[in-house]
Design a protein around this ligand. Structure first.
Ligand code: SF4
Length: 441
């Protein structure tokens, strides 16, 4: 063990999975850092390694198990937490030597486990922690998690069994965190949860207080307040409940970004019912059209699953028709694969792998054409771009219509004088099916 005078010890940290998991990692790291622990980038320098796992799909489970294996091999002292941690038996079958296992959002327990391996020093160096906490995302954007868990029971998903029912954070605490982030230089807030539009349902939209004013714990009111902070506000994981209609005017007025990340997953009513998807019966196409009438700039990102059990050629065709009509901007597609413990595993009429592959190819071919055509329409337009990176060739940013890591980029060749976090007005000169090129005006 390598404790020094001004450090409680050294912790290695591996963070896997979705942005929600990243937020959990940030909370653990903030606490450890506040207690004087150093967070080190190599296994060899660490006194203990924490692996925050993901267990969403089989490939994520495998990636998590591999990461645990690597940490054990390179260091030997390993604490496991996160979604896969809910299945301790599965982990211990492969890696019996991990020191301890906890499930998702067990921040305090993980910190206590670290204490057991390396007791904290009595000089907790709290001043080393920036007031916004430790962020794994670059300083100019940050994820803002507004709730944990989910009240739905989609048949392909095991998140509720790992993370529990919806548990919304009080609105005052969310807004405090947002304000702290903004005060510390964050220019873009990415609102996340498992089910963002359901925010506050579990606490009956309780009225909280912020900035001396009563504010309801409801997405619309939250967005109105966030929209007053003078930064980009982007919404992820929004289901198309009727209440979403109230957010569109905020987008049209420029208060929050004209961007909605809605995981539709399918378009056939039969399949959506088999999936037990939330808001499955809302008239989606009609609503998208109405939203675009109010906010013509609205960008919609979505994900879909092809080859779900029971999906016939007719159902799949319905999905393709939906894509044609909906003209979504950014789309991800997954071939259905069973997740250990998910209800969908028991459904009849599982789809053959070759058929799944063929449908995936057809889906992607169609959507690529749509995405490319929609991006081509942006050539000649001016738009706001946030700079994510400055390299030798120029600056690389994202438009208001692109979220970090999942959407496209905007390349500003030669613009090396720009700074990360700058927001510039750019005229778009070229585009392919994913990225855009332009110059500041
Ligand atoms: S809405 Fe469905 S897919 Fe999303 S977390 Fe809840 S159960 Fe899982």
């Amino acid at each position: 063990m390598s404790q020094t005078n001004n450090s409680s010890g050294k912790v290695g940290f591996v963070s896997l999975g979705c942005p929600k998991n990243t937020v959990d990692s940030e909370r653990i790291l903030t606490k450890l850092r506040a207690e004087g622990y150093d967070i080190v980038p190599s296994y060899h320098d660490a006194d203990v390694v924490v692996v925050n796992t993901c267990g969403f799909i089989d490939s994520a489970v495998q990636e998590s198990l591999d990461a645990i294996g690597e940490a054990l091999k390179e260091n030997g002292k390993v604490l496991v937490t996160g979604c896969l941690g809910a299945k301790e038996d599965q982990i211990r079958q492969v890696h019996p030597n991990v020191m301890a296992v906890t499930g998702p959002h067990a921040y305090e327990t993980v910190v206590n486990q670290v204490h057991e391996v390396i007791p904290p020093q009595h000089d907790p160096f709290t001043s080393l922690v920036p007031p916004q906490g430790i962020k794994l995302t670059p300083r100019h954007y940050a994820y803002l998690k507004i709730s944990e868990g989910c009240n739905h029971r989609c048949t392909f998903c095991i998140i509720p069994s790992m993370r529990g029912d919806l548990d919304s954070r009080p609105v005052g605490s969310v807004l405090d965190e947002a304000k702290r982030l903004v005060d510390n230089g964050v220019k873009e807030l990415l609102v996340i949860s498992q089910d963002t539009s359901a925010y506050g349902v579990d606490i009956k939209y309780r009225t909280g207080f912020w900035d001396g004013m009563p504010v309801k714990s409801r997405l619309q009111e939250l967005c109105e307040q966030l929209g007053r902070m003078g930064v980009w506000v982007r919404l992820h994981y929004v289901y198309p409940y009727p209440s979403v209609d109230h957010l569109i005017p905020l987008m049209a007025e420029g208060k929050i970004l004209p961007y909605l990340d809605i995981p539709f997953q399918h378009a056939s009513e039969k399949i959506l019912k088999l999936m037990k998807r939330p808001a499955a019966s809302e008239k989606v196409l009609q609503r998208i059209q109405q939203w675009r009438e109010i906010c013509p700039d609205l960008t919609i990102r979505s994900t879909f699953i092809v080859g779900f059990p029971g999906e016939t050629e007719e159902d799949f065709q319905e999905l393709l028709d939906f894509l044609e009509q909906a003209q979504l901007d950014r789309v991800g597609c997954f071939k259905y694969s069973p997740v250990d413990g998910a209800a969908a595993n028991e459904l009849p009429d599982q789809v053959d792998e070759a058929v799944k592959e063929e449908r995936f190819e057809r889906f992607m071919a169609l959507q690529q054409q749509i995405s490319a055509a929609r991006l081509q329409q942006k050539i000649g337009k001016t738009m706001q771009v946030i700079i994510d990176e400055v390299v030798e060739e120029g600056a690389v940013g994202r438009s208001q219509y692109d979220a970090p890591e999942i959407d496209g980029q905007v390349f500003l060749d030669g613009q090396t004088q720009l700074q990360v976090g700058d927001i510039v007005t750019v005229k778009i000169e070229d585009a392919d099916e994913y990225d855009m090129w332009g110059q500041p005006v």
